[in-house]
Write a protein that binds this ligand. Structure first.
Ligand code: PMP
Length: 322
């Protein structure tokens, strides 16, 4: 039947989109997994569903329960969509530096939003630690813990990677994306390598994140900064544990933004900056591998989530990126 039983059944099975500009530039076939088409508008719907189903199966989450999470926004939106459809309440803790659009979306969807000041991970006020404390203090609540809960990575092993394999008919040579929790990169890497251990996996890091140096020289150290949201990790999360990559790239915001603009002007896509950084990484991987290869990356979320930031020329100029 061509009828979806509920919104949750619409998560995943996203299209794989040929990216003409990046492909023409490299002589490769560069494909973007259109994760912005998920019901909650991002790649994080997959992790949200997997975390909730895992908590239901273990008995940690009971009917009428509460889900608490610290998030840059997209996981909170995914959790809130799934929670609403299943009758749970959500309390979402987010740094106040994240886009106004994501805050407004969370409130509109019915999440209880707790905004905290941006702080280093070592600070007890950091959004992740705050969300853990709220979960501990709330009766009937679970802490989704996307960074260290490997139900996140499992979603990509079980859904994203097999979809990419099927959509390319097994002809995928390389995969790359940036890391927030690491669930997407690590899970897709595991899932694709299960099918073909020779698939090249590359990390694409924004400036300021520590993983580029970790994979390049074993030092967990970041340099510079990025206005991107949802990516840029400074530690080895449980979702990243055991991941080995074949290459690593560090992408300046200007390079990611140039792809965001080109994909809009030439191909009608309106994307967030993490997608532009991912495409820049896919181009670097394609250049390293040489013409004729098929490279897949993730189009994480829509630019409509950032109309007040990267899609606002005045805001960009204020950040020196105009
Ligand atoms: N892009 C955006 C916009 C995100 O919100 C996230 C999730 N934080 C990512 C990329 C990275 O995904 P992951 O958490 O699976 O590493």
């Amino acid at each position: 039947m061509a009828i979806a039983s509920d919104i949750i059944s619409l998560i995943g099975n996203t299209p794989l989109l040929a990216l003409k500009g990046p492909s023409a530039e490299t002589g490769c076939t560069i494909l973007g997994k259109a994760e912005f088409l998920n019901p909650g508008g991002s790649v994080k719907d997959r992790a949200a569903l997997s975390i909730i189903e895992d908590a239901e199966a273990s008995g940690a989450l009971s009917p009428g329960g509460t889900i608490v999470e610290g998030t840059a926004g997209n996981t909170g939106i995914g959790l809130t969509v799934v929670a609403a459809a299943r009758g749970y309440r959500t309390i979402i803790v987010m740094p106040e530096t994240q886009s106004r659009e994501k805050q407004d979306t969370l409130r509109a969807l019915g999440a209880e939003l707790v905004l905290v000041a941006a702080a280093p991970y070592a600070n007890p006020g950091h959004y992740v630690h705050t969300s853990r404390r709220i979960a501990e203090e709330t009766p009937g609540a679970i802490w989704a813990n996307q960074f260290d809960n490997i139900a996140n990575r499992r979603a990509h092993v079980r859904t994203t990677a097999p979809e990419i394999w099927a959509q390319t008919e097994g002809r995928v040579d390389g995969f790359t994306c940036a890391v927030g929790t690491g669930g997407t990169l690590s899970g897709v890497a595991l899932g694709l390598r299960e099918k073909n251990p020779d698939v090249k996996i590359a990390l694409t890091d924004p400036e300021g994140a520590a993983l580029y140096n970790w994979f390049a020289c074993g030092e967990l150290r970041g340099e510079g900064s990025s206005v991107s949201e949802g990516i840029g990790q400074s530690r080895i999360t449980a979702n990243l544990e055991g991941l080995a990559v074949d290459a690593q790239y560090r992408i300046p915001d200007a390079e990611g933004l140039a792809w965001v603009r080109r994909l809009n002007a030439e191909e009608g896509l309106c994307l967030g900056l993490s997608s532009g950084i991912n495409v820049a990484g896919a181009v670097r991987l394609a250049q390293a591998m040489g013409p004729g290869h098929t490279i897949v990356t993730i189009l994480c979320d829509s630019g409509l989530r950032y109309l007040s930031t990267i899609w606002n020329p005045e805001w960009l100029a204020g950040k020196g990126l105009g």
